[in-house]
Design a protein around this ligand. Structure first.
Ligand SMILES: Nc1ncnc2c1ncn2[C@@H]1O[C@H](COP(=O)(O)OP(=O)(O)OP(=O)(O)O)[C@@H](O)[C@H]1O
Length: 246
């Protein structure tokens, strides 16, 4: 049987509210193939964000998520423990939100924020260990810190930030909105994800910058770092699923 990268069947998410139970996502099913751009479209409040957050298991306790299946690369996401799910979020699936300020730490330079993601990803991948780190530092002369910082600068360059070495030392408030969103994309790419879920990644940006960011995301899909890019560019009514092929 041909397996999709992400298979969602019968996803239903509801919230307990003061006015009773609200069903925000009602029996939604869709599949995303490797390399595919998938868009969810619908009016405001129709459940697009809640769909993405349900798949990522990022809803607070108020939300109840039920589904016949939420399977990513063969793994049933609903059956994973919270720590297993955290490693999926920090590795195979990245999420980009509408407002980059909510994703960035205001008191940390952007270079350090990306480098931290690179280090974390390296840790989960290769599990360096004290002696390998010492060998790297004193025999090859490169520490994990300097390699991850270098990688952060490369990623800033990839997402089109001018003078990346200088920018890497700056804080989020020193960047324009478009640059901040590029930084968030660089962070998302740093984990070399198989799937990027983007929740209106450009709606807070100027029209000309929107086009640049969309093009950047399209390019990342065809590069070796990111095989699949799922993008929610507009809004979907509940019970609607849409597959948009590139
Ligand atoms: N934590 C919550 N508690 C209660 N209701 C919620 C919660 N989160 C979302 N909702 C409700 O779920 C419904 C769907 O919200 P959602 O944010 O998914 O809409 P959307 O399609 O992304 O809208 P928009 O395009 O405006 O961002 C809305 O009615 C919203 O009020």
């Amino acid at each position: 049987m041909n397996q999709s990268l992400l298979d969602v069947r019968g996803l239903t998410t509801s919230f307990e509210t003061g006015q009773g139970r609200l069903t925000a996502v009602d029996d939604v099913s869709f599949s995303i193939e490797e390399g595919e751009v998938f868009g969810v479209v619908g009016e405001s409040g129709s459940g697009k964000s809640v769909t993405a957050l349900s798949v990522m298991r990022l809803l607070d306790d108020a939300g109840t998520v039920e589904a016949d299946e939420v399977r990513f690369d063969g793994t049933d996401l609903l059956s994973l423990s919270e720590s297993e799910m955290r490693s999926v979020r920090g590795g195979e699936i990245s999420m980009i939100f509408q407002d980059p300020m909510t994703s960035l730490n205001p008191v940390m330079t952007i270079g350090e924020q990306i480098a931290e993601v690179v280090r974390h990803h390296g840790d989960t991948g290769e599990r360096a260990g004290f002696w390998s780190e010492m060998r790297r530092k004193y025999v090859t002369g490169t520490s994990t810190e300097s390699r991850s910082w270098q990688r952060a600068i490369e990623l800033l360059e990839t997402v089109g930030i001018p003078e990346p070495e200088q920018r890497a030392t700056e804080y989020p408030h020193q960047l324009s909105g478009g640059m901040r969103q590029r930084v968030v994309i660089a962070q998302a790419l740093a984990v070399e994800p198989d799937l990027i879920i983007a929740d209106e990644p450009v709606s807070a940006l100027d029209v000309s910058v929107q086009a640049q960011i969309i093009n950047l995301m399209k390019r990342s899909r065809t590069s070796t770092v990111s095989r699949t890019c799922s993008s929610r560019t507009t809004s979907a009514s509940s019970n609607t699923s849409a597959t948009v092929s590139p």
